[in-house]
Design a protein around this ligand. Structure first.
Ligand SMILES: Cc1cc2nc3c(=O)[nH]c(=O)nc-3n(C[C@H](O)[C@H](O)[C@H](O)COP(=O)(O)O)c2cc1C
Length: 501
């Protein structure tokens, strides 16, 4: 059996085993960021449009070119993707909160910038230092960019990009708390960050291509990563607006591995590596989109995509400001939210171009199915629905109030029961692995994280609240959705009316 399937089984939460966690060793908690010393690099902090600027303490500097090909655009792109947007004071210290949410606030993802040719930044490799919002020079010259292009099998968008970012995951930051299941959350977290990066790129007059198809060893060597501690998860190629360069790809299959491997975080990451020679592309096309669109077609449909979703959403001109004020909702009131609001949140997430957010990248989007448990949406009968993602049509799987089931499957968290709607992403894991090998596990979770980020931002933009839910009883969730237990529940996002006090 594939390692991804065995890993998924081995990391399921179940009511009778959830209490067996050994407890947290606070002495061993890893830092949530890399420490970069020295001053060689580029200070991005003065270029932020914040008043007062939290890094400099002063007013924002007047900047003529903050979009397109400018250093200010890079400063903003990185900041709105993964910069520090709040600091919470706590007993015993303070915690930085970042623009992208992170399971447990552990922030396992790192960003490395690789510059070929951009105003104000010499070619080279830089580590992003979130505490100072600056780039720390790690290696100079054009060599790293060439090595990444080679590792990405000559992907033309990577080859043409004047700026690249490699997103990595530092395993122990999340494994420290979540043990082997941390791998799911590291990928989901990284997906959220990439979701921000895609939206911010569009808002800043840039274009982003994201690929998770590269030779791992080539990227690790170029960045000098210790593969036991940190894994490369995605390459983001940034460029000016224009058509996508071809050939390029976002997902390629990993070769089959022996059965003997352990179903652990490290084992699955290793087993899902891509070799030095480009694997053959797996043809995906119309038929897969049609299959997503026609599933559950026997059920009476309720189309949400009314006139409210036809034009730009009210907040689509303020995407960056929305990123700045986004926080995960900690408590819902239990009140209903209007049907149109849900419709616009879903449109932003599944049809972003339709409401003014630009074409947003995905790795292999047609692999994910969406279900929604409607708890309190004005004008929609409570129940569990399948969502046809292009028509935004809800197709009833079962009617009846799912509130208590939603609370239970979210490990008893009230965020599940008091939500207005709970969005589930699921996948036919066996089918995905058949086509894409164990690497499918990465693509699925990265994509679910990206959609999750759009759900979060759109909810905040619409005056509602949202949170990711990484902890859930897998098999009970599948039962609620009416899917076989061997289908993977990849991610849950709750949406609702925030409690005011
Ligand atoms: C993958 C993922 C899983 C999460 N799971 C939960 C969860 O189960 N329960 C919860 O209350 N918050 C969850 N969160 C929200 C985080 O706790 C939150 O992002 C983090 O504390 C940082 O706060 P912020 O999102 O407000 O910046 C999750 C976030 C992500 C990205």
């Amino acid at each position: 059996m594939s390692l991804a399937i065995r890993f998924h089984e081995a990391t399921k939460y179940a009511p009778d085993t959830i209490g067996s966690h050994p407890g947290l060793d606070w002495e061993r908690q890893p830092r949530a960021y890399k420490e970069y010393h020295g001053d060689s690099g580029v200070d991005l902090a003065p270029l932020l449009p914040l008043d007062p600027n939290p890094f400099t303490g002063g007013p924002p500097e007047p900047i003529a070119f903050a979009t397109g090909r400018s250093l200010a655009a890079i400063s903003r792109w990185i900041y709105f993707a993964y910069g520090v947007t709040a600091i919470v004071r706590q007993p015993g210290g303070s915690q930085m909160l970042r623009a992208a949410p992170s399971a447990g606030g552990l922030y396992p993802a790192e960003m490395y910038l690789v510059v070929r040719d951009w105003p104000g930044i010499e070619p080279g490799l830089y580590g992003y230092d979130p505490r100072r919002h600056r780039l720390a020079l790690l290696d100079d010259g054009p060599g790293v960019a060439s090595a990444l292009t080679q590792a990405a099998y000559g992907d033309a968008a990577v080859a043409a990009a004047p700026v690249l970012v490699v997103v990595t995951g530092v395993f122990e930051r999340s494994r420290w708390r979540y043990q082997e299941r941390a791998y799911r959350r590291i990928l989901l977290d990284s997906g959220h960050l990439i979701g921000n990066a895609g939206l911010a790129a569009h808002a800043l007059g840039l274009r982003m291509h994201a690929t998770a198809a590269f030779c791992d060893e080539g990227v690790e060597r170029a960045l000098r990563l210790d593969d036991a501690e940190e894994g490369a998860l995605a390459i983001l190629a940034l460029n000016l607006p224009g058509p996508l360069e071809r050939p390029s790809w976002t997902a390629l299959p990993s070769p089959a591995v022996e059965d003997a491997q352990e179903p652990s975080l490290a084992g699955l990451h290793r087993a899902s590596r891509l070799p030095a020679r480009r694997p053959h592309l797996v043809a995906r096309g119309e038929e897969d989109s049609i299959a997503l669109e026609t599933a559950h077609g026997w059920a009476a449909g309720d189309r949400l995509a009314g006139p409210g979703c036809a034009g730009p959403a009210p907040w689509s001109g303020e995407v960056l400001a929305t990123m700045l004020r986004r926080r995960s909702c900690r408590r819902f009131s239990g009140n209903a939210i209007p049907r149109d609001v849900l419709a616009r949140i879903l449109a932003a997430s599944y049809l972003p171009e339709r409401i003014g957010l630009g074409d947003q990248p995905g790795f292999d989007r047609t692999r994910l199915s969406t279900f929604i448990a409607v708890i309190a949406i004005d004008g929609v009968e409570p129940g569990v629905y399948y969502l046809a993602p292009h028509q935004l049509e809800l197709r009833a799987v079962r009617l009846g109030d799912p509130r208590e089931s939603a609370r239970f499957i979210a490990l008893g968290q009230d965020l599940g029961g008091d939500a207005a709607a709970v969005v589930f992403h699921t996948a036919d894991l066996a089918g995905c692995v058949r086509d894409l090998g164990d690497r499918a596990y990465r693509y699925l979770h990265l994509d679910a994280g990206q959609i999750g980020q759009r759900l979060n931002l759109a909810a905040v933009g619409e005056g509602a609240g949202a949170s990711g839910i990484g902890g859930f009883f897998d098999d009970h969730t599948a039962d609620l959705l009416g899917i076989p237990r061997d289908q993977a529940v990849v991610y849950i996002t709750v949406i609702g009316a925030p409690a005011t006090a």
